[in-house]
Design a protein around this ligand. Structure first.
Ligand code: BV8
Length: 224
């Protein structure tokens, strides 16, 4: 049984990580265009770096919740028969026990050098523009995929969607593409599709089944 699971900010909400589009979300007080586009970074690099520095620092104050831990168990059980794709840039899936997580929108704990394009694990601030450990140039940016940039590992994701028997979406509003289109791709290739979300997402009509409630309850119940 090959399974693809796609997660969004909703799976980390019960860990205390703000989502994007809920009332107290990350985008509150910030226009997406002001913080999550290459243009925003070019216009106000320190402002954007600080937005990510704060989120990176916050990670040390949060813990994986039962939804992350249940998917960690599933990852242990299924091995390569599970492809866990996350839109999230936190490390809670890994800390919940999941292996080989596909971070299609990048990771807070990684820095990307605009000079040499090298990636470096990064736990500190970037807003003081430190030199790249690989090339020495002070051009490190957050290693995240902004609007208008190409998500990571799309070939691997599409291959997994095409051979999936089951596609499960957890904690995402279905507002952002290409992730929001994965359910249709999986369905077109014969997968069963299940949505686990607090409320019906923008794409809920595309799913064979939808269960609405807290990820911390729905995901362990589904895994077990
Ligand atoms: C691309 C990283 C080309 C940075 C993010 C017009 C129409 C269609 C598409 C477009 C368009 N114009 C432009 C586009 C493309 C654009 C796009 O989709 N725009 C949208 C706004 C229309 N997309 C892009 O630019 C992407 N790149 O398309 O490149 C391409 C594509 C393929 C192949 C080659 C080339 C790049 C998009 C990536 C942007 N980066 N984040 C950062 O984190 O700061 S997006 C950001 O929002 C997140 O990463 C996340 O991925 C995304 C969606 O958010 P969610 O995770 O769903 O969170 P949200 O708050 O929205 O929802 C939370 C859900 O959880 C809610 O439903 C809530 O009810 C639920 N919930 C809450 N609590 C719980 C819960 N559920 C369960 N339990 C709970 N306790």
């Amino acid at each position: 049984m090959k399974i693809v699971v796609l997660t969004g900010a909703g799976i980390s909400a019960e860990s205390g990580v703000p989502t994007f589009r809920d009332s107290d979300g990350l985008w509150e007080g910030h226009n997406v265009e002001d913080v999550a586009t290459p243009e925003a970074y070019d216009a106000r690099p320190s402002f954007v770096q600080k937005f990510y520095d704060e989120r990176r620092a916050f990670l040390s104050k949060v813990e994986p919740n039962p939804a992350h831990v249940a998917l960690g168990r599933l990852s242990e059980l299924l091995g390569s028969d599970l492809t866990l794709v996350t839109q999230n840039i936190d490390d809670l899936h890994e800390r919940g026990g999941a292996h080989d997580v596909v971070h299609m929108h990048g990771e807070l704990l990684s820095a990307l050098c605009r000079a040499c394009t090298g990636r470096t694990p990064w736990h500190k601030e970037l807003s003081d523009f430190p030199p790249c450990p690989r090339c020495g140039v002070s051009e490190l940016r957050p290693d995240v995929v902004w609007f208008g940039e190409i998500p990571y590992e799309m070939g691997r994701i599409q291959a997994a969607l095409m051979r999936a028997d089951l596609f499960v979406s957890v904690g995402t509003s279905g507002a952002v593409y290409p992730a929001a289109g994965f359910v249709q791709m999986a369905k077109a290739c014969g997968a069963k599709t299940l949505e686990l979300n607090l409320v019906p997402s923008d794409g809920t009509a595309f799913f064979d089944e939808a269960r609405h409630g807290l990820a911390g309850e729905l995901v362990p119940a589904w895994v077990d």
